[in-house]
Design a protein around this ligand. Sequence first.
Ligand code: ADP
Ligand code: MG
Length: 666
Amino acid sequence: MDISLDSIKGIGPARLRAFQAAGISSVRDLVMFLPKDYRDLSSFTPLSEVHPGDVVTVHVRVAGEPSQRRARKLVITKVYVTDDTETMAVVWYNQPWLKEQLSPGRELLLCGKCEVRGASLQLTSPVIEREAGLLPVYRNIPGIPAKSLRQSVEAALKACEGQWPDELPEAVRRRHGLCERNFAMRNAHFPDSREALEAARRRIAFEELLLYQVALSLHRGRNEPGAQVAFADDEIDAFWRSLPFAPTGAQRKVLAEIAGDMRGPYAMARMVQGDVGSGKTAVAFGAMFLAWKGGYQSALMAPTEVLARQHYEGAKALLEPLGMKLGLLTGSLTPKQHKLAHEAIAAGEWDAVIGTHALITEGVEYRNLGLAVTDEQHRFGVRQRSNLGFKGDAPNVLVMSATPIPRTLSLILYGDLDISVIDELPPGRKPVRTRIVPEEKRKDMYGFLRSEVRKGRQIYVVCPLVEESEAVDARPAEQVYEDLRTRDLPDLRVELVHGRMKPADKDAVLAKFHAGEADVLVSTTVIEVGVNVPNASVMVIENAERFGLAQLHQLRGRVGRGSDEAWCFLMAEPNERLRFLCSTTDGFKIAQKDMELRGPGDLFGTRQSGTITYGVGTMAGDTQLLKEVHDEARALLKTPASPDTETILRLAESAYLQKFRSTPAN
Ligand code: ADP
Ligand code: MG
């Protein structure tokens, strides 16, 4: 299946480059570039029910002769249309050729935005659609207009017809009622009906999840011998007694599970899930302490420099008094410091090392690594997960995640991991008071922010990421930053951090906020990563309606860590979802509600699912399907000699296993 992309009609050198820049370099890639959504052109809005600001599809008739005039450099084409409920003006700019097509009486399917013009409504520059049905909406590819993209996909599908045999064994397809591949691909892009689309999605998701899970099981076969860590039972209690607080029952339970794994002859592969603020760090430190008691080194990897530093400081305060020697290894050390760190690790001078990616990307040689911990696992993506790329003799592996994931989905995403849940928050934690703030209350809120800063508190302002292609009225971080700095809160120290900044600059700003040298931190969602600034007690979330509930919940978990009253302000018009968030602080309930209301895609940041975005995005809420995938994977792996299993293994190998294996330093 390597038909080259430029053999497709309409794809010249420029488009080819645009596709390649988006990671699409073959016809196959293009066919696998599945829509992120569908626009339903079969359900029309009556003109009488169109409101300003709506993006609508209307089925209308041209009601008069079109007019055309020039205004400066614009050619304005205008025509009135009707659907018998109402008459409305439609206007296009600089598309003079349209006039020819707008003969009175002609029926049109228009899709566009409704605006107020003077006292009446008009549709502005709507797209004229040819046929009704479900129209695919793709992620924007810079340099390729939506319509051309659709045509290219259509041509790619044609080119594939009959060339891309269905490799999923027929028995598997039959067992699970899955449709055939060509049908699935065609209908995933251009559905004949809702039912056909459902069948297509099911088929594609099933295959993706199945291959992923099989690859995962192969990659990290269970029951691998691992570092066997021996320590006395009372060391666990000794650790808990050394903390400045009493552990929760859930923390005790989870550390006991970890201790059991580490003692056993097989390498631990365990994920600890716990809501933000549930105290995962203490559990990780406990595991590191036990590893040390058993004579092994441990490593803790955090997704950012700031978080690594923070863990390092925390671990030092807690573990060094107990006799451990700790070290820090991040990308920003000087070459000399790097060299010293590597030596200290190799010589076993450091009992535990805390750091960033540098822990695995620099080919660090450990003396005897017995435990590898990754914090905020979902930030790393699937590829770096499985053995974390740590060198050494099959260390025990512990990953920490704040994302509550329904069990059925965990089984697939983390099929290779045992799961422990910290389902209890430390006592005395004040729930973050969450309020919806409509636009007219914005000024009052700024007054409140000011008074909080006067009390010595700090404030996060979080903005959604905005895809330029989307015509949404979201306030991008830079704009919000400028407004706050120059207009709304000029008397406060405001800083900005966003994902397009260089990592070093980003970390510098975060460090500044951490040190209390800024009052307000405006950011895109980068702060979602578990930075702990106990002094930050207020969070403002702009365009809160654009976030998933689970994500909002994670975000607000960044405040309320100190003893102060904590607040979260959701800038949005009130709706059911946001009201639900105001009413509860239970992360699992929120995740469940999110899936019910918005579909599963939002439960995960885009990075969460790594390579299996489609299956997770479309089917994560389908418990039945997930169970079928899981059972099928197990059944296949139990009969390794069968031809069907061999086929699946081969497919899994080429789809995922190669990727897992190309983990750096592995
Ligand atoms: P997360 O699970 O989000 O990583 P952390 O480990 O950062 O949470 O813990 C959040 C805060 O709660 C920290 O300041 C930590 O010291 C504190 N903490 C953890 N466990 C307890 C406990 N059992 N009692 C009181 N405070 C605790
Ligand atoms: Mg944490």
